[in-house]
Design a protein around this ligand. Structure first.
Ligand code: CP
Ligand code: NVA
Length: 313
C-alpha cells in the first residue's frame, strides 16, 4: 500500500547538514550493503509500492538515471517531471506544486536553482524532499563521493581533500562534509570565483585552507577533485570563466603533488582539456566511474532511510 505520509517525524535532505554525522555514516554503510546485494542479483525491495516524484528544473543524466533505476530496484516506481512539461513552467507557485505532488507520492526529489526554492517546496510538502542539486548544494553527490573514498581508501576522517576550481554547489557541500566528518578541505580557485567568506564563516585550518596556487592546494592531498568551470544556470558567464580558470586544470603535475596514492574524482559531466586533462580523468588514479555508479547505491540507502528510518546494517 502506498501512503502519502511517511511514518515518524518528517525528514528532508536539502543539504548535508540536515543529517547528523552518525546518520551520514549509517547511510554510507547501508549503501555498501545494498550495493553488495545488487552485485549478487539479490532482490532488495524495501520500498515496494512506494512512489517517487522527480522534478527537474535543470538537465541531468546521472541524477535522473540513478534515482529512477534505484527506486524501481527498491520495488517502487517514479514519476518524472520537468519545468517545461509541468505547470511550474507556467508559473504555478512552488508551494502549490508541493502541496499537490506531496499528497500523491511518498517522496520527492528536486533539482532546481536557488536553495530557497527547494526550501519553500519542502516547507509545504507532506513527504520527504531530497535535493538533487541546487545552485548552493549537491548533497547526494557528496554522499556518493564519500562512499567512493571509503571503498577505495577507508575512513575519510583526518584525510585531506583538494578542491580545484569554482566555488560552487559541490565545493560548498564538500566544506559541509569536512566540518561534519573531520577532514581537511584545501581549496584553490581564481580571484572572483572563490568561496564567499559570508557563507563560509570562520573555519579552523584543519577544516578549510585556501590557496592561490592550485599546485600548493594539491600538496599532501589524499583526494583531488574538481568540477566544470561553469555550472548550470551560469552559462552567460562561460567566456569570462574560460579565461579566469585557465590555470585551474587538474593535470599530471597537480596529481604528482598530491599523495602518491591520491584519488581523482569529478562529479561529471566533465570537459576534458578544461577543468581536467584527459590523462588524469582517464588515468589510473581516477575513480570517476565508481563515483558515478555510487550515486545509485547511496541514494537507494538515502530514500530507504527517509521513508523507513534505520534498518540495521
Ligand atoms: N553529477 C551529476 O549530478 O550529474 P547529472 O547532472 O548528469 O545528474
Ligand atoms: N556544479 C555543476 C554540477 C553538475 C552535476 C552544476 O551545477 O552544473
Amino acid at each position: 500500500m502506498s501512503s502519502a505520509t511517511s511514518p515518524g517525524p518528517l525528514r528532508h535532505f536539502l543539504q548535508l547538514r540536515d543529517f547528523s554525522e552518525d546518520e551520514i555514516h549509517y547511510v554510507i554503510d547501508r549503501a555498501r550493503l545494498i550495493k553488495d546485494k545488487f552485485k549478487r542479483y539479490l532482490p532488495h525491495h524495501t520500498l515496494h509500492d512506494r512512489n517517487l516524484a522527480m522534478v527537474f528544473e535543470k538537465a541531468s543524466t546521472r541524477t535522473r538515471v540513478s534515482f529512477e533505476a534505484g527506486m524501481y530496484q527498491l520495488g517502487g516506481s517514479v514519476i518524472y517531471l520537468t519545468t517545461e512539461g509541468s505547470q511550474l513552467g507556467r508559473s504555478e507557485p512552488i508551494e502549490d506544486t508541493a502541496r499537490v505532488i506531496s499528497r500523491m507520492v511518498d517522496l520527492v526529489m528536486i533539482r532546481t536553482f536557488e536553495q530557497t526554492r527547494i526550501e519553500r517546496f519542502a516547507a509545504h510538502s507532506r513527504v520527504p524532499v531530497i535535493n538533487g542539486l541546487t545552485n548552493e548544494y549537491h548533497p547526494c553527490q557528496i554522499l556518493a563521493d564519500i562512499l567512493t573514498f571509503v571503498e577505495h581508501r577507508g575512513a575519510i576522517r583526518g584525510k585531506t581533500v583538494a578542491w580545484i576550481g569554482d566555488a560552487n554547489n559541490m565545493s560548498y557541500t564538500w566544506l559541509q562534509a569536512a566540518e561534519m566528518l573531520g577532514f581537511t578541505l584545501h581549496v584553490s580557485g581564481p580571484a572572483g570565483y572563490r568561496l564567499d567568506p559570508l557563507r563560509v564563516g570562520q573555519q579552523p585550518d584543519n577544516v578549510l585552507k585556501e590557496f592561490d596556487d592550485p599546485l600548493e592546494a594539491c600538496k599532501g592531498a589524499h583526494l583531488v577533485t574538481t568540477d566544470v568551470w561553469t555550472s548550470m544556470g551560469y552559462e552567460s558567464e562561460n567566456e569570462a570563466r574560460r579565461l579566469a580558470f585557465a590555470d585551474w586544470c587538474v593535470d599530471a603535475r597537480m596529481m604528482a603533488a598530491a599523495q602518491p596514492d591520491a584519488l581523482f574524482m569529478h562529479c561529471l559531466p566533465a570537459h576534458r582539456g578544461e577543468e581536467v586533462t584527459g590523462e588524469v580523468i582517464d588515468g589510473p588514479q581516477s575513480v570517476v566511474w565508481d563515483e558515478a555508479e555510487n550515486r545509485l547505491h547511496v541514494q537507494k540507502a538515502l530514500m530507504e532511510f527517509l521513508l523507513l528510518g534505520r534498518q540495521g546494517v
